[in-house]
Design a protein around this ligand. Sequence first.
Ligand code: ZN
Length: 245
Amino acid sequence: MSLSDSERERYDRQLRVWGEEAQLKLKKARALIVGVGGLGSPVAAYLAAVGVGKLVLVDDGVLELSNLNRQVLYTTDDLGKPKVYVAAERLRKLNPNVEIEAIKARLDEELAYRLVKDVDVVVDALDNWETRLILNKACVENRKPLVHAGIEGWYGQLMTVIPGKTPCLNCIMPAPPPPRETPLPVVPTTPGVLGVLEANEVIKLIIEGRSSFEGRMLVYDGLRGEFSTIELKRNPNCPVCSKLG
Ligand SMILES: [Zn+2]
């Protein structure tokens, strides 16, 4: 596998940072992005722009007017259309070198296992813990890295699960939290910040095999303009990950 002249030109600025060998790793990589809303829009846009070889997108939503303040892959013309198909079209136009697979579905256990098995890295761009915990279990059991982010209002959090090495999402949230205010209040820039950071961790996982947030959670406070980190420990009795080394 090599880069074409047009790929070398497209990726010129980033090749000056990480070189062609790293770019080929990105080109060979496959990433699963679950959710193409506020978080998933920037994750998918940046991973397509940067040249990750294949992106698999999963979402069952249809574009609503109240999505457009933060879900930056979409336009007013897309109202009423399935988001995952509109996103795939946009991303193919952004970078035709990237293969995009779009799946309109709500992630259940069976689909999660099937999709996770065939990718190198998984991104949690979801808005609910029920589905998150299903995705986490599939990642742990298939030993695939999972980049998690969650947001509400001005606040966000991010961490990477390396199965067998770091806490998994079940270690920190063993059961879905009680129902909250729905829909969640969201400052539009919060998923933008966290989504870009998720994409950044995916890039490092592919190129360097590591994330900066293994076993530590990044906490973002957009109102105060502060980032902090919290060290997290594995739960030795975690029903999902405690059996792994
Ligand atoms: Zn665990």
